[in-house]
Design a protein around this ligand. Structure first.
Ligand code: TGC
Ligand code: FAD
Length: 412
């Protein structure tokens, strides 16, 4: 463009392939034309229209980075541009999609058997089978290594586990057909604990709602949320829920399993929140140009207002470039990608923190109108607090980075 492009100040588009630009354009169009119109109803009434996942499936937006199994097989950057388009509308809609695509489909693809991939992935790619990811428990959030969900051998049925325990704050759990639940299983091959019992190891189970005995699976909705109101969140209670051994992910053992899934999802959030911040900038700019205070001057004329816009636009531009760079490293693999989980922690933390900070500053431009949900800015602020909290709260990512820098862990 002949002039500075405030919507993409550092020309991030020049780093994209033609295919990535086309995917981004298509996703942005779908989100603005189809998702945005249903947001007001979803946000005000905490209702989630799950047909959006089928629509996204038809457009190839679910599990988009997976090769085969009915998925599009696009680059990590293209996958991130899809989350950015969805989160420009609302972080809650991005959450519903991220859980389906990155956490559950990604987990099955990375750690599942061939049979599990064939059984679940094509239906999930079409949005016909919906997934949820159960790691967090009422007493264990930042420290999932202490989780209590137990998988024990069924007393009479060979090749069946019984799962018992509770998960909380689980996106999509009330509507999910398959719950990827992380549980501890006694594994005598790992030796014995101090009390003489076999050591336990974390394993992932694909718990299917269909065919489960009455009362074995309960997934109550958590209502009256202050953020992410347009997404559906719930608990998972399992009471001696029988799960066949063939539904255990064979290639995930220990925390490497859930964290392997989280790497992909955290990457998507890092680009996603840049979409939310860009929407805040666009809304605040329009408002500042329209609203007049003191001798008929638009708010946009005042230096303090301009600084807020300059800060936020800088953060959005820097955050987008950093995420594109990490996506390239992720896809290239090899030596450059050593330390990739820490790089992802860096962009997840930085982009979530800057998006939340920027949204809060821009909210001030709206004065009292910021309190009305019609202006959208307060909704983004509430949502971005959640984005900064889930998938590793920012301070937890600080500790992950601190450990990477010093070699000393400071969690406990
Ligand atoms: P630590 O000793 O650090 O690690 C245990 C094992 O896990 C491995 N590991 C990873 N592997 C792959 N990728 C990563 N990012 C990994 N991070 C760790 C590690 O190598 C080790 O393997 P091994 O074979 O040696 O056993 O474990 P720790 O217990 O000290 O963990 C500390 C900490 C802080 C890193 C971790 O617990 C953490 O990240 N906590 C945050 C919890 C979290 O992110 N929960 C997310 C729940 S899901 C969710 O929020 C979905 S929101 C919905 C939406 O996205 O919209
Ligand atoms: P805590 O672990 O109790 O932490 C509270 C505070 O203490 C945080 O600020 C944290 O940074 C700080 N803290 C903790 N330990 C330390 C330490 N060692 N040093 C310094 N500070 C520390 N989980 C899922 O498994 N699946 C989902 O789909 C999912 N969806 C979610 C949707 C929503 C709307 C929300 C709100 C959460 C969701 N979560 C999900 C849960 C989310 O991952 C957790 O809330 C998050 O990991 C933090 O855990 P916690 O809430 O138990 O907080």
């Amino acid at each position: 463009p002949a002039t500075f492009d405030w919507t993409d100040p550092l020309s991030s588009k020049t780093l994209l392939t033609e295919e990535e630009k086309a995917i981004s354009d298509m996703a942005e169009r779908y989100c603005q034309e189809q998702l945005l119109p249903r947001l007001e109803e979803g946000y005000r009434n905490e209702s989630y229209d799950k047909s959006q996942l089928e629509e996204m499936g038809q457009l190839g937006l679910l599990g988009a980075t997976i090769q085969g199994y009915g998925c599009a097989g696009v680059s990590s950057v293209a996958g991130g541009l899809i989350t950015k388009a969805v989160e420009r509308v609302d972080s809650g809609y991005r959450s519903g999609m991220s859980v389906q695509s990155s956490l559950v489909m990604g987990g099955i693809h990375e750690f599942g058997s061939e049979e599990q991939k064939e059984r679940f992935l094509p239906g999930m790619a079409q949005g016909k089978i919906l997934g949820a990811f159960g790691l967090t428990e009422p007493n264990h959030g930042s420290d999932p290594g202490s989780l209590e969900m137990a998988a024990t051998e069924h007393p009479t049925k060979k090749g069946v586990y019984n799962l018992s325990g509770s998960k909380t704050w689980i996106t999509n759990s009330p509507i999910a057909d398959v719950l990827l639940v992380w549980a501890k299983v006694a594994d005598p091959s790992k030796g014995t604990a101090s009390d003489g019992s076999p050591k336990k190891v974390i394993r992932g189970f694909l718990v299917e709602r269909k065919g489960a005995p009455a009362g074995a699976i309960e997934t109550p909705k958590i209502s009256n949320k202050l953020g992410l109101r347009a997404s559906i969140t719930g608990m998972i209670h399992l009471d001696n829920c029988p799960v066949p051994a063939e539904n255990m992910l064979p290639h995930a053992e220990g925390l490497r399993g859930p964290f392997g899934c989280l790497n992909q999802a955290r990457y998507g959030i890092a680009l996603g929140v840049m979409g939310a911040l860009e929407d805040c900038i666009s809304r605040a700019r329009t408002y500042a140009l329209d609203r007049k205070q003191f001798r008929g001057n638009p708010l946009a004329r005042y230096q303090l207002v301009q600084k807020k816009l300059a800060d936020a636009a800088t953060d959005a531009a820097f955050g987008t470039l950093a995420a594109i760079q990490v996506g390239r490293i992720k896809d290239a693999g090899g030596d450059a990608a050593v330390g990739l989980p820490d790089m992802i922690s860096m962009i997840k933390r930085q982009n979530c923190d800057r998006a939340l900070h920027g949204a809060r500053a821009l909210q001030e431009i709206f004065g009292g109108n910021a309190v009305s949900d019609e202006y959208g800015i307060g909704r983004h602020v509430a949502n971005l607090f959640v984005a900064q909290t889930y998938e590793g709260q920012s301070d937890i990512h600080s500790l992950i980075l601190g450990r990477a820098i010093t070699g000393v862990q400071a969690f406990a």
